[in-house]
Design a binder for this molecule. Sequence first.
Ligand code: BES
Ligand code: MN
Ligand code: ZN
Length: 491
Amino acid sequence: MTQMTPIQFQETDLDALATATGRVAILVTPEGELNPPARRANKLTRGAVTRLLESDRFAKAQSGQVITLAWPSGMVAEALDVLVLKKRSSAVEARRAGAVLGKLKGKAALLVAAGSYSRADELAMGIALRNYSFDAHKTGGDSDETPGPVTLSHNRHERIEASAAPLLAVAEGTIMTRDLVNEPANVLTTTEFASRLEEMTALGLKVEVLEEDKLAELGMRTLLCVGQGSDSPSKVVVMEWNGGEEGAAPLALVGKGVVFDTGGISLKPAGGMEDMTMDMGGAGVVAGTMRALALRKAKANVVGLVGLVENMPSGNATRPGDVVTSMKGDTVEIINTDAEGRLVLCDVMWYAQERFNPAGMVDLATLTGAMIIALGHDRAGAFSNDDGFCEAFLRAAEVEGEGAWRLPLGKSYDNLLKSRIADMKNVGGRPAGSITAAQFLQRFVKDDVPWIHLDIAGVASIKSDTDMAPKGATGWGVAALSRLVEDKFES
Ligand code: BES
Ligand code: MN
Ligand code: ZN
């Protein structure tokens, strides 16, 4: 796994500004107020900072932006990053500002002299999140360089270090998700995925891998029919974090883990098919969230279940027209083998409810291309049978700066799934494709279980940089789910 940029917290040391190597960052307010580290940097550079404050460039600068002074005289550093930041910024603003510094940092060392800035913990999280890059398969060049460390100096560094710890736990979970989503499918096979999850037992998680024979015994025929054309064995991995009261019903997180989606016999077109390495994004978010909860020792019971399969065409792959029986007992006529995510999820969701009797269930999946048409790349689609639960999630996502938008469910959509020969079809046609997919899943949710379905097809991996991540996997959802757990499930 990519090692998250390590961050050291230190007491403010004005003398260190002159001798620090790599980059040095200072904070100034949009009104042009200088704290002691900024004043020292100004003195070292013989007034470069005050000259900047008098410039048009500064007059136009918004809170959260960085103006870089390159190779500042009087300092050893290669750059002085002047971060313009309101004293009373929100958590998300502070995190985004940290992300700007984290992007500029690259592989250099970075000293952030934050003075007494109150949200330096969020600044640290932003740096860690945006300084990420996925270099596992690059040889030579800067990818072999060991990245320089980050030092964050603060007048109350112990307090900031303590409040940053749970935030950095969430960042580390997010980075695990990104690594899983970025990994190509020849590396991240179902077996490799399961073994990466098993490694999390070191963090105090209980991890159990259910193999094909066990899945067959449980009757998970719809899940198994997706993977039956692949040489990689299908698996369900169950992760348990028991940080809450003994016996308290857990929150269940369920993730779609299609390590590669060719479409199966309903083969996808060649153009862009390589993007389907990210079709395990839901499982990736579940894994990263479990990691974050374990690292921050959440006082809650949470179970994470992922269905790991590969959707391949072959002589023994599932055919369009096949009828398969789910673990619940309902039969499904498979019209399109490319609508495979719901076939995986329905069995894992049913199993999660039968085994754990959860107090709530959230499933995550890169489920439909239609989701991207509806909401694009900065909001995931949310579907729910419980207004209060859904509101709580949407609020958590908003606070964490992760977009989500609720879409409707309803009988008329459900009717589109009627099959001539089985209990349902696996597709409902082109109109409202994301909603009919959610309706399919709802047929496998017990009436008294509060449930949210998150269709993350548009947000799991993006072709351009975002504020918090470079292009590629975003780790969307880890922070929101960790906050949902904190808000609604921690004692
Ligand atoms: N994994 C895809 C959905 C997807 C598409 C995710 C693009 C991310 C980016 C899913 O398995 C799929 O193929 N869905 C079909 C459903 C259809 C056959 C009803 C789709 O969206 O076209
Ligand atoms: Mn598909
Ligand atoms: Zn898929």
